[in-house]
Unconditional design. Structure first.
Length: 372
């Protein structure tokens, strides 16, 4: 059976049509709805603009419910590593009660210790530890900026509920097989960017080159992504698909907790080759496409990837952005775990005027949706 996906162009006004097309009966008067999103790392401005989030919050309030925005603390260094600095950054990026109509709450607490352990009994995990916010909300709206990812290949709805709701210890367990290696030692200039951004002080400069202590490395991949010389790459200690499977297993536990009381939005705008966690700018790999929504995160991510790869400019733009990453694996495994299906139909809610505007954007590519 095919899952229904609803599509509109990148217009704030279209949010209402998407929201109304979905089953939101779980959003009841006086219920508390968790809006899961990513407000971006400091230095990154490609996250979903607050204006879109504000419209979703408005729709939740129209049903008599109250909403709050959430994300969890990070494994790597950065301003989202603790709850206080993360909330400050959210406000700096335009996410506050005054701008979007909902307060910001860090899902795993100020120090990332507010977590709950759940049974999993899966291939890689017998238990998973997740943010306590999962047990404290009546319903969930998951807002994801669809983009590339240095380890997973893509970041969409599945990554958002997996890494996004995972405790730090669970994030580390998923990253355990990721280790940095030199593409070529000659590329390393000893600039120290990797040293300054390593959360476990596992890197030092010796004889003008970075040296890694793998006994303490937690595999967060921050050094790989931030290296200005592209001197580093991931060497998987086991199989590259193991990371994909771990992400899918964590997502399956989260999904089983929130199943029947969640909807998902994937924003295919400013589709970058890397995650919003990266404190740097770049160029989109395709023109802005639009917004997809569904109650099935598997179908949503699969369709999002196919829409990106269908854009002008060559085959498999996702693999070209992050070579050697089997990005399909976590979606296929998530399907096997019963989260959803890769079989889908897209219902286009956009009118002819909207389609013409989208064609004009394509002709003017590269494009960028500005924060508002």
């Amino acid at each position: 059976m095919k899952s229904k996906l609803f599509f509109t162009g990148p217009d704030v006004r279209a949010i209402s049509a998407l929201f109304d097309a979905l089953d939101t009966t779980f959003i009841k008067p006086k219920s508390t709805i968790c809006v899961k999103l990513h407000w971006g790392e400091k230095g990154n401005s490609y996250f979903v603009p607050p204006s879109f989030v504000a419209r979703i919050v408005e729709k939740i309030k129209e049903k008599g419910a109250r909403a709050f925005l959430t994300d969890t603390t990070t494994l790597y260094q950065g301003q989202r590593r603790n709850g206080v600095d993360s909330i400050i950054l959210a406000h700096e990026h335009g996410f506050s009660y005054g701008t979007v109509g909902a307060p910001v709450v860090v899902g795993d607490g100020i120090l990332g210790m507010d977590t709950v352990e759940y049974s999993a009994n899966l291939k890689h995990f017998k238990t998973v530890r997740l943010a306590s916010v999962l047990s404290n909300a009546d319903g969930f709206v998951v807002i994801s900026h669809f983009k590339g990812h240095i380890g997973l290949g893509i970041g969409g709805a599945l990554k958002n509920i997996s890494m996004g709701f995972a405790s730090r210890s669970q994030k580390q367990a998923m990253h355990a097989d990721v280790k940095p290696r030199f593409v070529s030692p000659d590329r390393c200039t000893g600039c120290g960017v990797c040293v300054r951004n390593c959360p476990t002080s596992s890197i030092k400069i010796e004889d003008g080159k970075a040296k890694f202590d793998y006994s303490s490395c937690i595999g967060c991949g921050e050094c790989i992504a931030l290296c200005p010389e592209s001197a580093l790459k991931i060497i998987w200690e086991t199989d590259a698909e193991m990371f994909q499977e771990k992400v899918a297993e964590t997502a399956s536990v989260v999904y089983n907790i929130i199943k029947g009381r969640v909807i998902f939005f994937n924003f295919l705008l400013n589709v970058m080759p890397f995650c919003d966690c990266m404190p740097k700018e770049g160029e989109p790999i395709v023109p802005d496409i639009g917004i997809l929504a569904s109650s099935d995160p598997v179908a949503l991510d699969w369709a999002s990837a196919e829409l990106v790869n269908a854009r002008p400019g060559g085959d498999d733009r996702i693999s070209a952005a992050n070579p050697g990453i089997p990005w399909q694996a976590h979606i296929e495994y998530a399907e096997k775990l019963g989260i959803g299906t890769r079989s889908y139909e897209i219902i286009d809610l956009e009118d002819e005027i909207g389609r013409e505007k989208r064609l004009q954007r394509d002709r003017a590519w590269p494009s960028r949706t500005e924060i508002s």
